[in-house]
Design a protein around this ligand. Structure first.
Ligand code: MN
Ligand code: MN
Length: 465
């Protein structure tokens, strides 16, 4: 291959080549990455919903000395605070040596993932099978959610004012749920449909039982049997299902993928593979120069609307309160703040290579992905990071030897995707998207690399230090 030959050392000097992390980092680096992955898999298994992610983060933050933020308090450098928003959105802050007067270092990732939500009146019986009606949440390929083990995670507001968390069908249980699919023998008509229509939203009905209530009389005895179990197990009645948030997620444990165990397969890498490194970076931040703020946000997958999404005023008010503690104005802090929108990027998939532009795609095992802008259809709806801020990130990466690559969402006009970066930019901050590449994004079983997620941890740690 003559094209790869060195010509008087000019290639090394002039060209930028992406290399496998393994070739750039030492053996000990791989070992650290594989160890880091064990903690991450535990997080994936324990935090499949935004509420569970908040509980996980809050629990460990409190253990690490984070205190509930008091807007009338005063804080010294090194003190750590948290603020929880409606159990679905949490922010951690570590007060820096300089406080917020020079701006804060902010990292935002999201902790919601595509899934199926139960409808407000979900339970019904049809032909002596008990089923739950769902409405999908986020961008899913519906055909991927049939014929696969599913679990139910949720929270119910009971009539007596109590709030109850329920998980059923997970790997610790001896049962799960599923959505049925049509057998190939009878599926000629279905298979001729376009993918979008082969399984439609109203087909996503979750099978939850099949035995009629013993000695029962009248109709819908299977449904009655299931209600009886729900009542015995959790004290629920049918009406309670209308006062609940139930999420249907894959009943799949995070697992190593490959003979070399170099990859992790699991549900919800988008965006837990950025949330976990962000959380771990916060846990290991000793005493940052500038106050660092690590936020975990909900509703990214449905457009960031609502009071727990990035478009809410939660971060704006938190920064304003934090600034007021130091006698500074929030808007002046935002102006000087630097922010990483930590979200995943699509990994180049050789099987579907024609949808990617090879020069500007992100590759597995080639490090964290810097995405200057997202959006589509002429960079529409994009936050485009300024070159000055890119330069600052470059300096940090160079100093800390962070292995990075550039990315984007596939070919121009192949489709589009966005993150919360634009809403953060609207707050008058410098923002850049940084993430790691994901294969099969938004599928019930997504894939990332252990070396990449560890690199993300190093990058975020360097950014907030
Ligand atoms: Mn995402
Ligand atoms: Mn997503």
């Amino acid at each position: 291959m003559p094209g790869l030959r060195e010509i008087n050392g000019l290639r090394t000097k002039l060209c930028h080549e992406r290399k496998h992390i393994k070739l750039m980092a030492g053996k000990s680096e791989s070992k650290l990455a594989y160890e880091f992955a064990e903690g991450y898999k535990d997080f994936l298994n324990k935090a499949k919903t935004e509420r569970e992610a908040v509980a996980f983060i809050l629990d460990r933050a409190v253990q690490a000395g984070f205190k509930n933020f008091d807007c009338s308090g005063t804080y010294k450098a090194g003190e750590k605070v948290f603020c929880v928003n409606r159990n679905k959105n949490i922010v951690l802050a570590i007060i820096g040596k300089n406080g917020v007067k020079n701006g804060a270092r902010i990292v935002v990732s999201h902790i919601d993932s595509p899934r199926l939500d139960l409808k407000p009146h979900p339970l019904y019986e049809s032909n002596e099978l008990a089923m739950l009606k769902t409405n999908y949440y986020g961008g899913i390929k519906k055909y991927q959610w049939v014929a696969l083990p599913l679990a139910l995670h949720g929270t119910v507001a009971l009539q007596n004012g109590e709030v109850l968390d329920i998980t059923a069908g997970e790997f610790d249980d001896d049962f799960c749920f599923c959505i049925t699919d049509l057998l190939p023998h009878l599926a000629r008509e279905q298979m001729e449909k376009i993918m979008l229509k082969a399984i439609v939203g109203e087909d996503l009905n979750v099978l939850v039982g099949s035995v009629p209530l013993e000695k029962g009389k009248g109709s819908d005895l299977v449904k009655l049997g299931i209600l009886n179990i729900l009542n015995q197990k959790y004290g629920l009645v049918e009406e309670d299902l209308s006062f609940a948030e139930f999420e249907i997620v894959p009943s799949i444990k995070a697992r190593d993928v490959g003979f070399d165990k170099s990859l992790i397969g699991g549900y919800g890498h988008d965006d837990r593979c950025c949330a976990y490194p962000a959380f771990m970076a916060a846990m290991s931040a000793p005493m940052p120069d500038e106050t660092c703020v690590i936020m975990f946000v909900d509703k990214e997958e449905t457009g960031s609307d609502g009071n727990t999404g990035m478009k809410s005023s939660f971060l704006k008010h938190f920064i304003a309160d934090l600034s007021a503690c130091e006698g500074v104005k929030g808007r002046h802090v935002f102006q000087k703040s630097k922010c990483i929108s930590a979200d995943v990027d699509s990994a180049f998939d050789p099987t579907f290579s024609c949808q990617y532009e090879p020069l500007n795609s992100a590759y597995i095992n080639k490090g964290v992905v810097l995405t200057k802008y997202t959006g589509g259809g002429g960079k529409y709806s994009a936050s485009d990071a300024s070159v000055e801020f890119l330069g600052e990130i470059r300096k940090i990466f160079e100093k800390e030897k962070i292995i990075w690559q550039t990315g984007g969402m596939g070919k121009v006009d192949a489709g589009s995707g966005g993150t919360v970066a634009k809403y953060l930019a609207n707050l008058d901050m410098d923002v850049i998207d940084l993430g790691i590449p994901v294969l099969s994004m938004h599928a019930p079983f997504e894939v990332i690399s252990k070396l990449d997620i560890h690199e993300m941890f190093k990058a975020l740690k360097a950014f907030i230090k």
